[in-house]
Design a protein around this ligand. Structure first.
Ligand SMILES: Cc1cc2nc3c(=O)[nH]c(=O)nc-3n(C[C@H](O)[C@H](O)[C@H](O)COP(=O)(O)OP(=O)(O)OC[C@H]3O[C@@H](n4cnc5c(N)ncnc54)[C@H](O)[C@@H]3O)c2cc1C
Length: 372
């Protein structure tokens, strides 16, 4: 729990760790949550600092194995964003009457970490949500389950996974810690405003997929249902996703992320297998392939059991290391101006204005191409 914005990843472990209830998460003008300490309640125990995952040595990785993999069952893969390795690992834990933690949409389409104890509940956790998820109460819940001897699989961003490890403060044989290759987390406040904008335009939003695979385009389609109608388009043409991939809406700390490297402190790292068409063209059918790093002996042991449910191949580190495993996403030089506008304008003005500016910029780009 550090003062500057670039030093806080928003994992909220400090709030969960504070037994005095002195730390709460408050939303800033960009829509991100930061811890605020109530000095009157603080007992100075230092637990909030102790669990903070930022700027720590992580180590690990001795004997790390890199793999490409996809679920054999097509329905599993189609429900996931990459190769569907997460649900395969999740089933390993559910078969042991365990609990799986991942990110889901709640009733108001906000993204929250949640517990699944069966296959039906697991559905909501599948798939990438490009929004920073809320972790309130999750660290304590995972600890309570592990102390009671329950198997737990936790999947989240590398900072969340490492925060959980620090929160627990000791190894648990029944914990499977999974993190994601991460581009950076976008603002949950901006997401909420975007969903409100869509609802004003189309009616109630009931489903949103950031990585739909209907076009066999490796999940580069986003699809949502609003007012009873479905809208599908290229991911980059979605207003919210366009802002994200233009590096305008990512949390400040993500641009200095220390986890954008192979050493994570988790058992598994999952990502998209970028460039698989060059490494294994025969495996690339457009429906997604995961990149998997098995960092620990525990991971390699689990892998030897679950690999029967996957088509997989080993690969070298040089084939696996995509940009987000080498360094953080750089911020756009327009980020400050963009966030200034977002803070200053009501959402009902901001989104239509941005949409018009985008349309004008696209038109200008097309015209430039014609005259070239
Ligand atoms: C914000 C974000 C950025 C990402 N950036 C990259 C990238 O640059 N390069 C890359 O290779 N891969 C990236 N990924 C990972 C990738 O999109 C897939 O999530 C990953 O490959 C696992 O896919 P899967 O098919 O195995 O499982 P899936 O079924 O798709 O499982 C996805 C898992 O991620 C969890 N999850 C979803 N949304 C969130 C969230 N907002 N916060 C925390 N956990 C979440 C789900 O609960 C589930 O456990 C990113 C994921 C997220 C959430």
């Amino acid at each position: 729990m550090k003062g500057e914005k670039t030093a806080c990843c928003g994992c909220a472990a400090c709030a969960d760790a504070c037994r005095a209830g002195a730390v709460r998460m408050a939303v800033d003008g960009e829509g991100f949550r930061y811890p605020v300490v109530d000095a009157a309640r603080c007992v100075g125990c230092g637990q909030c600092e102790a669990v903070c995952p930022m700027g720590r040595e992580r180590g690990g990785g001795g004997g790390r194995v890199w793999l490409g993999a996809r679920a054999k069952e097509e329905a599993v893969r189609l429900g996931s964003s990459s190769g569907g390795v997460f649900p395969v690992l999740a089933e390993y834990v559910l078969r042991r009457q365990g609990a799986v933690f991942g990110a889901a949409f709640d009733k108001s389409m906000e993204v929250v970490h949640r517990e699944a104890r069966g296959m039906a509940e697991l559905e909501a956790l599948k798939g990438t949500k490009y929004v920073q998820s809320r972790m309130d109460g999750i660290y304590r819940r995972v600890e309570a389950l592990l102390q009671g001897g329950t198997w737990v699989l936790f999947c989240g961003t590398p900072c969340q996974a490492y925060a959980l490890k620090r929160f627990l403060g000791r190894e648990y044989a029944r914990l499977v810690l999974v993190d994601l290759v991460c581009y950076g987390v976008p603002s949950p406040g901006l997401w909420r405003d975007y969903t409100a904008f869509l609802e004003r335009r189309h009616g109630p939003l009931t489903a949103f997929s950031f990585r739909d695979k209907r076009n066999r385009d490796r999940g580069r389609t986003r699809a949502y249902t609003a007012g009873g109608r479905e809208y599908a388009a290229n991911l980059g043409r979605d207003l919210y996703c366009g802002m994200y991939f233009a590096n305008l809406t990512i949390r400040p700390a993500c641009h200095a992320c220390g986890f954008a490297a192979p050493d994570r402190g988790s058992d598994f790292t999952l990502g998209d297998f970028w460039g698989v068409e060059k490494v294994r063209p025969e495996a690339d059918d457009g429906k997604g392939i995961s990149l998997v790093a098995a960092h620990t002996d525990k991971a390699r042991e689990i892998w030897s059991e679950v690999r029967q449910f996957l088509d997989w191949f080993p690969c070298g580190e040089e084939e696996a290391l995509q940009p987000r495993l080498k360094g953080p996403t750089p911020a756009s030089r327009l980020r400050g101006a963009f966030m200034g506008l977002y803070r200053g304008l009501p959402p009902a003005v901001f989104f239509p204005l941005y949409e018009k500016a985008e349309a004008a910029a696209n038109l200008a780009r097309r015209l430039m191409r014609c005259f070239r």
